[in-house]
Write a protein that binds this ligand. Structure first.
Ligand SMILES: [Zn+2]
Length: 421
């Protein structure tokens, strides 16, 4: 075993190294279409999107960071710069250390030795690696981002395996199979949209396509829900397009009845995100209606601590005389709030700023606010950005017998179901 490991070190050091043409206007979706298959309307060829690069972690490079990767079958190590050159390591654990754009590997003597590359791709013959308690298919890449001076940990894997992972975290595994298929199609589409952005336009995504958090889509690797794998296989390569382009299939937990087409800040270049029919199907969602209250002291403390607000609110007094929403758009999204402190100073706060400061309490931007003695009571509808698909609404529509295609067409009007070639 030791000999093999030493050989590996030697080798690595030697490497030079969603119509459905259901018209959006007038379509009610009321017909029962439970058994309709998800046959695509068209196909689309986008080279290079069958494998995705997912950012798992990002660390400042001025600090020492250690990584532990486990495998039951040893490791295949490759330089991403030269994929022809690879080495095999029989060990079950691989320990790496990164600091100041240098990579070190823990060798048989228990010490870290520098390897000559600034990036390394680690694979497993059985296609399953364990990193930070999660199992990942594909490979793990550790590399430096010279622009941001950070060390990146990236999981590179087939797009379909990625979608299989995402559906587990972005849906509820016990929901009906039809809902899993809907989620698979929109999660796949969302990923391909970002892959295109990453590869064509946005230098910020030079080394990866998508993040593994709810900034993009939550992804924590492989799992073993076989029914979800079936949903992925039955929708394999299906995505939504709009006029021949990949659609940005935003989705959230519960729309709370908001109509995206009436939002002031809607993106008119993406009319499929500007649905003008109300989703009334998510009323059973836990977050369809919500109520939170915050003590005034904690509210003011929160504003003064928020990096983007602290300068504006540093002179705010310790008490609040009034709080009032002064501007709401036609969909009910709060735009602006006026605050008057105990010293009669007036402050302006946007709805987005309020929500981002108290994100775990303020679930959406559709809310009303009241000052009751020393408490601020916020009552709202929905959970999320309230654009695109409403997951609780879509699940209800599956229960009512709507087809996958009808649901996609309702939430993303004007899009077509396409197959990636
Ligand atoms: Zn809804």
């Amino acid at each position: 075993m030791k000999r093999c490991f030493l050989f590996f070190i030697y080798a690595i050091c030697c490497l030079s190294i969603v119509p459905t043409t259901l018209a959006h206007s007038g379509f009610t979706g009321a017909e029962t279409t439970r058994n309709v298959t998800t046959t695509p309307d068209t196909s689309i060829d986008i080279p290079g999107v069958k494998k995705i690069r997912v950012l798992l972690e990002e660390h400042p490079d001025n600090k020492e960071t250690k990584f532990l990767i486990k495998s039951n079958n040893g490791f295949v190590l490759t330089s991403p710069i030269d994929s022809e050159n690879s080495a095999f390591c029989h060990e079950g654990e691989l320990r790496l250390l990164c600091k100041k754009q240098r990579l070190y590997m823990c060798c048989a003597d228990g010490r870290y030795h520098r390897i000559k590359y600034q990036s390394i791709e680690i694979g497993d013959p059985d296609n399953k690696l364990t990193f930070n308690g999660h199992t990942y298919q594909g490979s793990i890449i550790i590399r430096f981002d010279e622009t941001k001076q950070t060390t990146l940990v990236i999981n590179k894997l087939p797009l379909e395996d990625y979608v299989y992972g995402v559906v587990h975290w972005e849906s509820i595994p016990s929901w009906p199979q039809g809902m899993q298929k809907v989620q698979a199609i929109i999660s796949r589409t969302y990923a391909v949209f970002l892959m295109q952005q990453a590869r064509l336009r946005n230098p910020r995504f030079k080394y990866f396509d998508i993040k593994n958090t709810n900034l993009h889509q939550v992804y924590n690797g492989w799992h073993n829900y076989k029914s979800l794998r079936r949903a992925i296989d039955e929708t394999s390569n299906l995505i939504l397009t709009y006029k021949g382009n990949i659609a940005l299939t935003m989705f959230d937990i519960c729309c709370g009845g908001s109509i995206p087409g009436k939002m002031r800040n809607r993106d008119v270049s993406k009319p499929y995100l500007c649905r003008d029919q109300r989703c009334t199907y998510c009323k059973n969602a836990p977050s369809y209606q919500w109520k939170e209250d915050l003590h005034v002291t904690n509210f003011i403390k929160g504003l003064k601590k928020a990096p983007q607000l602290k300068n504006r609110f540093k002179k705010m007094g310790a008490g609040l005389a009034s709080i009032k929403i002064t501007d709401t758009d036609h969909s009910g999204i709060v735009q602006w709030i006026r605050l008057v402190d105990s010293n009669k100073r007036t402050f302006k706060l946007s709805g987005v700023e309020l929500r981002s400061t108290f994100i775990t309490r303020v679930k959406s931007l559709s809310f009303s606010v009241k000052l009751i003695r020393d408490r601020i009571v916020i009552s709202g509808h929905g959970h999320g950005h309230q654009q695109g698909m409403c997951q609780w609404g879509a699940k209800e529509l599956i229960d009512r017998g709507w087809s996958v295609k009808s649901i996609l067409s309702f939430y993303y009007p004007g899009t077509r179901l396409s197959r990636l070639l």
